[in-house]
Design a protein around this ligand. Sequence first.
Ligand code: SF4
Length: 344
Amino acid sequence: MEEKRFIIPFFISHLGCPHHCIYCDQGVIARPVAATAPTAPEIAAEVERYLRLGRLKNRAGRQVQVAFYGGTFTALPVEIQEGLLRAVGPFLKEGVVHSLRVSTRPDALSPARLEVLASNHVATVELGVQSMTDEVLRRSRRGYGSEQAREAVREVLRLGLEAGVQLMVGLPGESAETFAKTVEDVIRLRPHFVRLYPTIVIRGTGLEQWFRAGDYRPLTLEEAVAISKEALKRFRAAEIPVIRIGLQPTPTLPASIVAGPYHPAFRQVVEGALLYEQAVALLAAHKGSPGIPTTFIVAPQDISTFYGEGRANIRRLCEVFDLREIRVRPDPLQGRGTLALWAV
Ligand code: SF4
């Protein structure tokens, strides 16, 4: 369902956020609300532009959702929240937009604030939970504890809205073990979807100071991929869609990165690692038997992910299992994210 939706995004950077999370550069780029919030005519023009886009012509059956990302939506003054949400009203009435989505923090929700959302056609609330480990939340200066985060997700679900949970891999004090517990905690809450972001040291943040002082060690790319891969495995097994893994690459992002496991195709690297793991298990089951099958069946969309960067996965498999070659056969009937060995 999630994948079938067409999102028209508005990024309202840091509006209304009074916090100082250790990894956030809002101190550097924060601007007054009035200077950054789009006006109703601007919203209308942008929605119309998206609706005119060629790719939307073919949107039969797809739900269209307008999303207000970034910042802490529900901490904005109510009149600004309502102004933004109501600007989409005519499109909802016309039936060309079906619902709204906002992102916010777990401690910026209350029954009254949720009521504003629900009465203005918001169907989806994304919560920047980041971790379910209290010590990690404290060290990251998030300003709330894990119980408040749990309660916020439950509250959104109780109102019959869709809940999305954003998590960060590699925050200060987080280990692979504590993050695995966070994942289990989130699975128990049964949100509708999850996003996973690796923690990157951004210029101008408190985390940059800690990094330069030697008080914070970012994850290596390999570590971040391994932790994210385990999380993806668990969420898939629990049938909770992971709709994003990795930061959205923007033109300005690379220049602001000081350190950390940034990769422009982070999701593909994580999914490639998961396919590699499956391939190892399949080949290991045949190890020692004569005529070990060496042709993998893969969904056509997964071929380059399975190969890995520069065919790294294939080369490693050949080395580890002492094989001369490995063949890959696309099969549209093979499930995405899964592999089979062609045994004849
Ligand atoms: S709540 Fe979000 S916008 Fe505010 S400081 Fe933290 S990360 Fe930045």
